[in-house]
Design a protein around this ligand. Structure first.
Ligand SMILES: [Zn+2]
Length: 296
């Protein structure tokens, strides 16, 4: 099933031997962090307290978190066997965590039990390094598992909490390429059966995608990410704070923000503040007792 190990080792070896821009790292193997989705959410820090109850999908007697943890450890084992440093992280990411790749492992759940397939996404802030990681993971996962691709990438995936560097403390560093993998739907009998009976294949598919990404690193390193806009970082004071498409209640109510969610303010206008969304979405909030500035 896995004939690519030889090629892969070459790619990894090549990546290690190429001159790196940071001399201190030149001799050390790449560092990969695998986050097991929902693992120890109860220990999330105060800034993510709202996610402590996010314990993941359960279907057919299988808990998502158990599958995620098992697969994450298998992925890390493969990566180590191929000469990388690999760590399995729980829900809590150390502050400004830096790695050559960060991959969060999840499995999906849906009320519609026909929903199936896998998907891979990165943060709103499209960055060539992260989009390359996504592409390599998608390619390898599709090829190795034969599972269909689910095209419904959600805002929850693109706004995945540890990706939000600059807004919160316990996130990956800005320059850490990152992806989130939804391996398949636990709520779908076929996907679930596939995942629980082919754990090693699933893990190796993810590890292969990561190794391909590590081998794709340009000699001069990945180009820098666009900087975050400079503006106040604010924290929402209440749950379900309404967000509008423009600076006033006459505009459409398009979204709601949760208490303790953080955003960068990029514009202020007549008692309204525009929140920065990487998708280019217009999201305005009334700037009166709705939020507090945490980083001016
Ligand atoms: Zn999940």
């Amino acid at each position: 099933m896995f004939r690519r190990a030889g090629l892969l080792l070459c790619l990894v070896a090549l990546a290690v031997c190429l001159p790196l821009s940071t001399p201190a790292r030149a001799s050390s193997p790449p560092v990969v962090a695998i986050q097991a989705g929902h693992w120890r959410t109860g220990e999330l820090p105060e800034e993510f307290a709202r996610l402590r109850t996010s314990t993941g999908a359960v279907a057919g007697g299988v808990r998502e978190v158990d599958l995620n943890v098992d697969i994450a450890h298998r992925v890390a084992e493969y990566l180590r066997a191929w000469g990388n440093q690999a760590y399995v992280l729980p829900s809590t990411v150390p502050p400004a965590y830096r790695a050559d790749a960060f991959v969060a492992i999840h499995s999906d759940g849906h009320a519609n039990r026909n929903a199936r397939g896998f998907k891979v996404a990165t943060h709103y802030r499209d960055w060539i390094a992260s989009t390359t990681l996504v592409r390599e993971l998608e390619d390898e996962y599709a090829k190795q598992t034969g599972l269909p691709k689910d095209w419904r990438i959600t805002d929850n995936m693109r706004g995945y909490y540890p990706f939000n560097s600059g807004l919160y403390e316990h996130t990956i560093a800005e320059d850490t390429p990152a992806a989130i993998v939804e391996m398949g739907f636990l709520s779908n009998a076929a996907d679930r059966h596939f995942m629980i009976t082919n754990r090693d294949l699933v893990a190796r598919a993810i590890a292969l995608g990561i190794a391909r990404f590590l081998g794709a690193r340009p000699v001069e390193g990945w180009p820098a990410l666009h900087p975050m806009p400079r503006g106040d970082i604010v924290e929402m004071l209440h749950d379900r704070t309404p967000l509008y498409a423009g600076p006033g209640k006459s505009f459409k109510l398009v979204d709601r923000a949760a208490r303790k969610e953080r955003y960068a303010v990029v514009e202020r206008q007549g008692g309204w503040a525009k929140l920065f969304f990487f998708t280019g979405k217009e999201r305005w909030v009334e700037d009166f007792q709705t939020m507090q500035v945490v980083v001016p």
